[in-house]
Design a protein around this ligand. Structure first.
Ligand code: ATP
Ligand code: MG
Ligand code: FE
Length: 339
């Protein structure tokens, strides 16, 4: 089985070819950092236009890398949401056009399902169910992943996502964009105990997250401490919150075979290291995708497409692009949180 995957939900345009037995035949990605940097964040209109320009050549290059044509592909998988709707539409419409032209089925992939299943692309031994900490630019959730399309949300953020807090902290410290890697780099030469910062919701009974108060606290100390000390202390506070909340969720994740992390913030080595120790303490396997598979890419979309296609899940060509699309639609809304 061979799946072409397309990703365009935020500021990465990507195309990849993945087989049902986990071979990554091609993986092309075009970032848009330079276009958004002057604005200190992703500008939706600029992103959508950049996706239009980048996507077609990326697909052609990916097919050439793999030495295949569209005729060799079994299905076309494209991100159908959630994300910046203009960008999502570019990838989804392109996927629909290719599927229609080549007479192949379309798989409309939830970007979050791409993140959620990505650890199964890099680790063939990762079985369902697993406890997933999904930490990205727009989401911070604990999910019990029971199977393809079966996600039970145990916790979410009541305000900001962890990645958002990294990006905001980078902006406040003048470290530039994108923020997460810049904060991690600055933290290397800082003292994580130098700046007293809050750990919102620490030890609260429900495993939900909150990062707005931490972000506000960082804003108050800017200028009073060295930037690298603020970066290190901020990162330590995020790690403490993630670990405390994940520990809380573990009691509710009966049967989980592994503790798994995915999403852009999963590329952070302090986060990975702390989760790895937590898993070891609880006798659980720890699985984290390689760094390039944590941040947005099309391999995870192709892989989620492969898992869905293998389960007989394809979509009609009039499937809609969705700006919001929770993985667990049955989860109750949490105060202040969208999904
Ligand atoms: P979502 O997946 O929720 O729709 P997104 O697709 O924009 O959001 P991702 O690409 O999955 O998010 O992740 C990007 C986020 O990860 C950004 O907030 C970025 O700052 C953060 N990030 C990336 N690398 C690191 C790192 N090394 N340390 C901390 N954060 C990081
Ligand atoms: Mg990005
Ligand atoms: Fe993402």
């Amino acid at each position: 089985m061979l799946i072409l995957g397309l990703e365009s939900s935020c500021d990465e345009t990507a195309a990849a070819l993945v087989t049902g037995d986990r071979q990554l035949l091609a993986h092309r990605l075009a970032g848009q950092e330079a276009a958004h940097r002057p604005y200190g964040g992703v500008v939706p209109e600029i992103a959508a236009r950049a996706h239009v320009e980048a996507l077609e050549p990326l697909i052609a290059a990916a097919l050439a890398d793999a030495g295949v044509t569209l005729a060799d592909v079994d299905a076309v998988a494209a991100t159908a949401g959630p994300g910046l709707i203009g960008g999502v539409m570019v990838g989804l419409v392109t996927g629909k056009a290719l599927a229609h032209a080549a007479g192949k089925p379309l798989v409309a992939v939830n970007h979050l399902e791409g993140h959620a299943l990505s650890p199964r692309l890099s680790d063939p031994d990762l079985e369902f169910p697993y406890l997933l900490l999904l930490v990205s630019g727009g989401h911070c959730q604990l999910l019990l992943v029971e199977g393809v399309g079966r996600y039970r949300r145990l916790a979410t953020t009541i305000d900001d996502a962890a990645g958002e807090a990294f990006d905001k902290t980078a902006k406040l410290l003048g470290l530039g964009f994108p923020g997460g890697p810049a904060v991690e780099r600055a933290a290397l030469s800082g003292d994580p105990k130098a700046v007293p910062l809050p750990r919102p919701l620490l030890r609260s009974p429900e495993p939900h997250f909150s990062f707005a108060g931490l972000k506000a606290a960082v804003a108050r100390v800017v200028g009073q401490y060295a930037p690298e000390d603020i970066a290190a202390s901020f990162q330590a506070a995020v790690v403490d919150c993630l670990i405390d909340r994940t520990t809380r969720a573990m009691n509710r994740a009966g049967g989980a075979t592994a503790l798994v992390v995915a999403g852009g913030v999963a590329a952070n080595s302090a986060v990975r290291g702390a989760l790895s120790s937590l898993a070891a303490e609880h006798g659980l396997r720890f699985v984290a995708p390689p760094l390039w598979l944590c941040t947005d890419n099309a391999a995870m979309i192709a892989w989620a497409g492969a898992e869905r296609f293998a389960a007989g899940l394809t979509d009609p060509l009039d499937v809609a692009a969705r700006p919001r699309w929770p993985l667990d639609p049955s989860a109750e809304p949490v105060r202040g949180a969208g999904v």
